[in-house]
Each structure stands twice: as C-alpha cells, then as structure tokens.
Design a binder for this molecule. Sequence first.
Ligand code: SF4
Ligand code: FES
Length: 252
Amino acid sequence: MASKYINITLKIWRQKDAKSKGQIETYKLDNVSTSSSFLEMLDQLNEQLVGERKEPVAFDHDCREGICGMCSLYINGRAHGPDTKITTCQLHMRSFKDGDTIYVEPWRSKAFPVIKDLIVDRTAFDRIQQAGGFVSVNTSGRTMDANAIPVAKFDADRSFEAAACIGCGACVASCKNGSAMLFVGAKVSQYALLPQGKVEATQRVLNMVRQMDEEGFGNCTNTGACEVECPKGISLENIARMNREYLVASIK
Ligand code: SF4
Ligand code: FES
C-alpha cells in the first residue's frame, strides 16, 4: 500500500519524575507517514522537540517487533491502541486519519508507578517472576534431556500459548481492579502443564501469588478486559488454572 502523509494532534502525558504532578500537553505533528510505526511517529515528534530545544518525550521500547513487552502505552483509552492482538510497536500510523487527535498516556495502575512521562516501573512483574517463574535444573551432568520426556500434545500446546506472554502489563492497565491475574496465570500455567514444571508446582503458585498480593495488584472480578486487550491473546482459562493450582497447593 502506498504511504501517504497525515497531520495529527498529540495529547501526551508529561511528568518530570515520579514525585511531580503530571499533565497532558498538546503537540502538532505534520507530515507523518502512514507507513511509519507508532513509535517511529514518537521518534519524529522527539526530533521536532529537540529541534525546538524542548525536552523529548520519554517512552519505553526495546525490540520494536512485539516480543519484549516494553512499549506499554495507553493510546486513545486502550492498552496498545485501537487494533487487537498487537503491541504498540506493531501499531502503524495507517490506523489513524489526517486531522486525528491522539491521546497517549502511560499505564495507569498503583503497582506500576510512573517514572517519567510515558515510562512506568514494571519491576513488580520481575519480582513475581523471581518468586517462582522458573524451573530448577540439576546440572550434575546426569540431567535428563528435556526432549526425552513425553508431553501430551494438548498440554504442550496450552503451555506454549501461555508462554507467549511477554510481560507487557496491558492486562493490569486495562483491568478496573489493576489485577495481575492474567500475567501470573500465564506464568503458572506455562510450567504447571509440563512434567518439568510439576516438581516445584506447589511452591511456585504459592510464592508467585503471595508476591503478586504484596506488590499491591488488585483482585480479579472476571470482567475479562485483560483478555480483550492482551496483545498475545492469553486466555482467561489460565486464571482458572492458576486458581485450581493455588487451591490444591493450599490444601497440600
Ligand atoms: S498476559 Fe498479555 S497483557 Fe498481560 S502481561 Fe502477558 S502478554 Fe501482556
Ligand atoms: S518494543 Fe518490544 S514489544 Fe514493543
């Protein structure tokens, strides 16, 4: 598709640091190629701001191809913008029209405090992952080859789907309760479905849920916004599986 150029108005959340009060600021940006990605459009804005000797907008990104989970932006009131099953870095300006006004905000959640402008602190996810999102492997030299352990196709597929979670936090940002259950459910499921993950399953789910609660995330009330906004299509069934795992672990 041939690219064309559009003129847009951006309303962007600016916040000097974690302690300052933020506000929405307005910028006009002309000649934005519809072939550029949303992040390239923000790069273009920052070049304009630097040229005007103004502070560029701080935003997170890394891979720019939908796998690292860094580009966490609320765009026009939706996590990762108007399209479904993509991250902000996969969103293109062809999704917008000439003359559009686009609101860009950081994730809004108590457990993800704003660091600067559009960047939030998502290290709460790292701490949950560190609490149990791993498999301990005996490296004595007599470790069984993982490929030698049979796994039922159904379980392998469900585990693979859960492992697609990139830890972006859209589930938390889109949840009215600020719940991290979809993220934690995906991480717990990824291992609980595999023989390698069953060894530490009891401690894993107890530790990850405890850490999730300590980080200040809210509770799940089954509204399902997380599943709708998740760029990787992580299913609510992962929350149900985590709840079952947690119940069994608690009784044990
Ligand atoms: S469950 Fe989906 S929305 Fe939540 S962190 Fe994982 S990929 Fe992002
Ligand atoms: S920058 Fe890595 S997922 Fe968007």
